[in-house]
Design a protein around this ligand. Structure first.
Ligand SMILES: Nc1ncnc2c1ncn2[C@@H]1O[C@H](COP(=O)(O)OP(=O)(O)O)[C@@H](O)[C@H]1O
Ligand SMILES: [Mg+2]
Length: 283
């Protein structure tokens, strides 16, 4: 089993989209068992993968990541992590194993309340961080045997839970748009990520940059791809700006095939998943 965080300080660079594409391609094209854990209160990956109705239903029945952590922070009734996993939620035909723990906007309050409570109990921020990391790690461990890969969709910036996710991860994927400002942001972020991963002796080699939203009509994109390749360890696959990738984010009531869902981008998404398998040692 591999744990991989998809992360970038910047928003809008394709983190959630990459998580969803990877999850669906790995599950439906390579028969992997995938668990997606949404750590972003914006809940984009959750809504993309399970649709708005199912997401609302999970939120109402309190099968969400914030409800899971509420037991440790607010002292709600103890429940096990597997109860919070929504199984096989994708709209792809054949019910591939894309399981999901959804985020909701309330997730940000759990993090704030955890800080508030534990600091008041005399913990330092570092100790709170370690505690949340341990809670998250034991949650994932409790279901690890059911999955080949766990993907964390992280919020932009660095939250306590995102930090926990990096600490637990064997690999971090950084989606980025090939432009100058985005590239600068990666330098600082990568240093930070390495620091968290070093505890488990992972190095820069475990941080993979994924170029997304590439537009061949933008001249700058071409030179920035070259710069990204020389500065960072990157995927060979470049994900283009593609309408079908954006459209695939809309949940369909009628199950569809992978090729129907991703249209002319299906081949790229498949290739991305294959390269991911190879790069993170899942072959
Ligand atoms: N390769 C792509 N082609 C076209 N649109 C994309 C692509 N990747 C992402 N998008 C769109 O860009 C927006 C931001 O993507 P998202 O994955 O939510 O970014 P992040 O999670 O980094 O904030 C979304 O509207 C998404 O549909
Ligand atoms: Mg996102």
């Amino acid at each position: 089993m591999r744990i991989v965080s998809v992360m970038n300080m910047k928003g809008g660079v394709g983190k959630s989209t990459s998580v969803c594409m990877l999850a669906e391609a790995l599950a439906s094209q390579a028969s992997m068992r995938v668990l997606v854990v949404d750590l972003d209160p914006q809940s984009n990956a959750s809504m993309i993968l399970c649709g708005l109705d199912k997401w609302s239903e999970l939120r109402e029945s309190e099968r969400t990541l914030d409800a899971y952590f509420a037991q440790f922070v607010h002292g709600t009734e103890p429940r096990r992590f597997h109860e919070f996993i929504a199984p096989r939620i994708s709209d792809l035909q054949g019910e591939p194993v894309v399981d999901l723990v959804v985020a909701t906007p309330e997730f940000r309050y759990v993090e704030r309340d955890a800080l508030d409570k534990f600091i008041r109990q005399g913990f330092t921020i570092t100790a709170v961080q370690e505690r949340l990391t341990r809670l998250m790690a034991s949650a994932v461990e409790s279901v690890a045997s059911n999955y080949d890969v766990v993907l964390f969709d992280c919020p932009p910036g660095i939250s306590l839970f995102a930090e926990a996710a990096i600490t637990m991860s064997e690999y971090v994927v950084i989606p980025t748009i090939p432009d100058y400002v985005s590239r600068l942001g990666i330098f600082a972020f990568r240093r930070r990520a390495v620091r968290s991963m070093e505890k488990r002796r992972f190095t820069e080699d475990n941080i993979l940059t994924l170029i997304t939203k590439y537009d061949p009509n933008i001249v700058l994109h071409e030179s920035e791809v070259l710069s990204l390749r020389s500065d960072f360890k990157t995927f060979d696959i470049v994900v283009p700006q593609n309408e079908n990738i954006a459209r695939a984010g809309e949940w369909s009531e009628t199950p569809r095939s992978f090729d129907q869902k991703y249209g002319d981008a299906a081949g790229i998404v498949r290739d991305l998943a294959a390269e991911f398998q190879e790069k993170v040692g899942l072959l």
